[in-house]
Design a protein around this ligand. Structure first.
Ligand code: IMP
Length: 827
């Protein structure tokens, strides 16, 4: 047994602290042995790191045991492939899930440190853009908590989502160098390392059985190095693995260049290979031309599949009969959809299977989650680029398409239009590959992320696919993890809840229903209000620190935090702010609730209109916040650099949650759930998961306005009322538009916000802001009146929390496990 530790002669007991002293000893051990620091001189950053390593020590033993059980019980494994994991910080989450939060708090206090200060030392892992990436992170927490034998796979970006600053009210981006000081949460592994091929050419040959085979040769190769992050389940000793790949040059410096005397060429080649995992792409409509993005996608998929194959073959060698009984792969959007031709390539070219067998395995292995209803957001790659970067995959995609279209033809003979619409290849001047069509054809399950979203996928966007594959489409309403979004983010509310109904809600969110019994309990309501006020004071401090604006914690905190996008309609919110401002000026005697209107979110760096919306928000703030006539009654705040850690402070402090997208545009939303779970009431449209929130909380506990998705669709086609006529007929709205157009928020420059005004007044505004504005303003009036009755508002707030059980990501993951992956939960 050379090279292996014998079980008998070493202690393999994991670190398992039994006392506060154990914890302190381990922390100091890390300070000294790993950081070479004198404990007496250690600062917050030293102790934070040592503490993180201590958490890692505790997790490692559990992680090893978890991984072993997968082998011992020959479990079917789930692979969750996502180009984004928006993890945020890990320290408090690890402490909570390991069940030692209070002990650690005492230990660090006894060492002379404050836990909150230590937590602030951690950089957010912002390896995602928004909802899709945060969903993946919530799913990992639920997967671990439900003891599902699963792995997350993605890319270890050196630079996460850009850092947003506001300079003179404009968004300015800078790189998010989150690894500047390293991260204690990862295992930087040396093995397994895989080679990933790009470019090259194809050469065909006949194998020993006379079958036609293809070799992909003369490729440029990049190495994929694994970095593992452990994800602990909640108090269950289960620790799952998230493996993120880093790109390295296949050789330190390419010797071919040296032999030609080209030293610079050698360095450039190395740098170019390693660029693949350098930076996370922001969402951008013009991805089609971006070769590096395609390379990122293939890089992580190819490395992941070599890892999957390696693990599968440990038990089954090259017998692939059981593959789809042992392996389930979930594609988080189409970003990893190149996995479908990749698995085909491995099975055909490397393992020598025939097409039918390989295709059968593929379609039983993959499942695809769609995240968007907007056709322009569906990924497409030009045939030309695919042919250059991944020539063999292009061939396989054509072959998949041929087989698929043959089946469509059989079902709809002569229906050329249908064939053209369903084809994986989009014809035209520039031929493109529709990755969503590839994902649908190659998967056994296609799911939307809310009921409405799935309905619209089936009836509109992918109608012909739904007709062709009845039963393939299904709905899995998104969820959020209660560990991070209530227990961690809102400790005061968590304690209040647990003191009254016990703490089972942490893993069984339906238990929150028991709070309904306290909705009319005066003492409980008082405590509820105190908790909210405390959370608002915490956010008020953050606002003062980040923006230099003092806000009144007794004002209504009216919050819209999410990516800045026209369909999410931050502009609609702006129009209400201006209307409110005008009303407060004209009718100072009116009983209007003081409001603090808070925005946060990043605009994609190339999305100039979204950036102009940011500028409008900050400009309105400049005027309103300085107007002495307004006093404390109205504040408009834009918090820069929205991220997971900031959300953890914002969500618990909100009174009102703005979820105001045009109906039929937001697939689900998950911010809506986080707010409600923290006791904010929603003002929202009948869009995405808002509809399901309405169903759960009841119409008396939510503020719904605006068109339905069907009405919005009708309006786009028929324009029953023009935006200009609305301005003419409604003097409040007319005045709001005039004030933007006469330069009230742009130092007299009436042209400054012209592009936004033009969009609002266009009859072809796809987001239909003006058509929803009257209804929105009226609804905000109802919100105002409701807030005036503090008791009733508190009751509604309690009932919102009590009825959020459905939106736990534990419920979502249970459904994925039972209905798509077919793996046992808590097995
Ligand atoms: P992997 O699944 O090969 O990536 O290995 C992950 C962990 O699983 C290892 O560090 C081991 O703890 C465990 N492991 C790997 N192979 C086996 C096996 O054949 N039997 C039991 N446990 C294994």
């Amino acid at each position: 047994m050379a090279g292996k530790v014998r079980k008998t002669n070493v202690c393999t007991e994991p670190f398992c602290p039994t006392s506060i002293d154990d914890l302190k000893k381990n922390i100091l051990h890390h300070v000294m042995s790993f950081q070479g620091r004198d404990p007496e001189r250690a600062g917050n950053s030293d102790i934070y790191k040592a503490l993180a390593y201590t958490m890692r020590d505790i997790m490692t033993g559990k992680w090893i045991e978890t991984q072993k059980t997968y082998y011992e019980k020959e479990k079917k494994r789930v692979y969750y492939l996502s180009l984004e994991f928006l993890i945020g910080r890990s320290l408090s989450n690890a402490m909570i899930n390991l069940g030692i939060y209070n002990e650690v708090k005492i230990a660090v206090e006894e060492l002379g440190f404050d836990l909150n200060d230590l937590a602030e030392e951690e950089e957010d892992a912002a390896l995602g853009n928004g909802g899709l990436g945060r969903l993946a992170a919530c799913f990992m927490d639920s997967i671990a908590t439900l003891k599902i034998p699963a792995y997350g796979y993605g890319i270890r970006y050196e630079y996460g989502l850009f850092y947003q600053q506001l300079i003179d009210g404009y968004q300015i981006e800078s790189p998010d160098n989150w690894l500047r000081h390293g991260t204690p949460w990862e295992f930087d592994r040396k093995l397994p390392v895989f080679s990933v091929q790009f470019y090259g050419r194809l050469s065909s040959y006949q194998d020993e059985n006379g079958s036609f085979r293809v070799r992909w040769v003369d490729t440029e190769d990049v190495m994929a190095i694994p970095c593992d992050i452990m994800i602990p389940g909640y108090k269950n000793d289960h620790v799952v693995n998230m493996r993120l790949w880093t790109a390295r040059a296949s050789r330190e410096l390419d010797l071919n260049f040296f032999s030609r005397g080209d030293y610079i060429g050698a360095v450039q080649s190395k740098v170019s290979s390693e660029t693949i995992s350098k930076v996370l792409y922001p969402p951008d409509h013009n991805l089609a031309g971006q070769e590096l993005r395609l390379k990122q996608q293939y890089f992580f998929v190819a490395a992941t599949f070599q890892d999957i194959m390696r693990r599968y073959k440990k038990k089954e060698n090259s017998n692939f009969d059981k593959f789809s009984n042992r392996v389930a792969v979930q594609l988080n959007d189409t970003h990893p959809a190149i996995a479908i031709p990749e698995l085909m390539r491995l099975l055909l070219d490397v393992e020598g299977l025939n097409w039918e067998k390989a295709w059968n395995i593929c379609t039983h292995t993959f499942a695809y989650t769609n995240h968007t209803l907007m056709p322009e957001a569906l990924e497409k790659w030009t045939v030309e680029m695919m042919g250059k970067v991944l020539p063999r995959h292009l061939e396989i995609i054509f072959e998949i398409n041929k087989h698929f279209l043959d089946l469509v033809k059989m079902q709809y003979p002569g229906d050329v239009n249908r064939l053209r619409a369903m084809s994986i290849i989009e014809e035209g001047d520039v031929k493109k590959i529709r990755m969503a069509h590839l994902a649908i054809v190659g998967s056994h399950s296609v799911n939307g992320v809310a009921e409405l979203h799935t309905k619209l996928l089936k009836n509109n966007l992918f109608k012909s696919f739904h007709e062709f594959y009845p039963g393939k489409f299904n709905s899995k309403t998104n969820g959020i993890t209660p560990r991070r979004w209530l227990k961690l983010a809102n400790p005061a509310l968590s304690t209040l809840i647990s003191d009254h109904i016990g703490s089972d809600w942490v893993t069984d969110l339906d238990k929150l229903r028991d709070l309904e019994n306290f909705a009319d309990d005066t003492e409980f309501c008082k405590q509820w209000q105190e908790v909210k006020l405390g959370n608002k004071k915490r956010l008020a401090s953050l606002i003062e620190k980040e923006c230099g604006i003092v806000v009144n914690p007794h004002a209504m905190f009216d919050v819209q935090v999410k990516r800045i996008h026209e369909y999410k309609r931050q502009l609609l919110n702006c129009l209400h702010v201006i209307a409110l401002y005008h009303r407060m000026l004209r009718h100072p005697e009116e009983n209007l609730v003081p409001r603090c209107i808070i925005f946060a979110g990043k605009a994609a760096p190339t999305y100039w209109k979204a950036k102009l919306i940011v500028k409008l928000i900050t400009s309105i703030g400049e005027v309103v916040n300085k107007d002495p006539r307004i006093g404390e009654k109205l504040r408009v705040v834009f918090l820069p650099n929205y991220n997971v850690s900031q959300a953890e402070v914002i969500m618990p402090a909100a009174d009102l949650s703005e979820q105001i997208s045009t109906a039929g545009t937001e697939a689900s939303g998950t911010g809506n759930m986080k707010f409600s779970l923290n006791g904010a009431l929603t003002i929202g449209t009948l869009d995405g998961a808002n509809i399901e929130i309405l169903e759960e909380v009841g119409e008396e506990n939510i503020f719904i306005f605006g068109m339905t998705a069907a009405e919005a669709e009708y309006e786009r086609l028929n324009v029953s009322r023009s935006p200009r006529s609305i301005c003419d007929e409604n003097s409040v709205i007319g005045a709001v538009m005039d004030s933007i157009q006469n330069g009230s928020f742009s130092r007299g420059d009436g042209e400054f916000f012209r592009p936004l005004v033009d969009s609002l007044l266009s009859e072809h505004d796809p987001y239909l802001l003006m058509l929803d504005l009257e209804s929105y303003l009226e609804c905000q009036g109802r919100v105002n009146d409701a807030f005036l009755d503090h008791q009733q508002w508190t009751r509604k707030s309690i009932l919102n929390v009590a009825r959020m059980g459905k939106f736990s990501s534990d419920r979502t993951i249970r459904q994925y496990a039972e209905e798509i992956w077919r793996v046992p939960v808590n097995g």
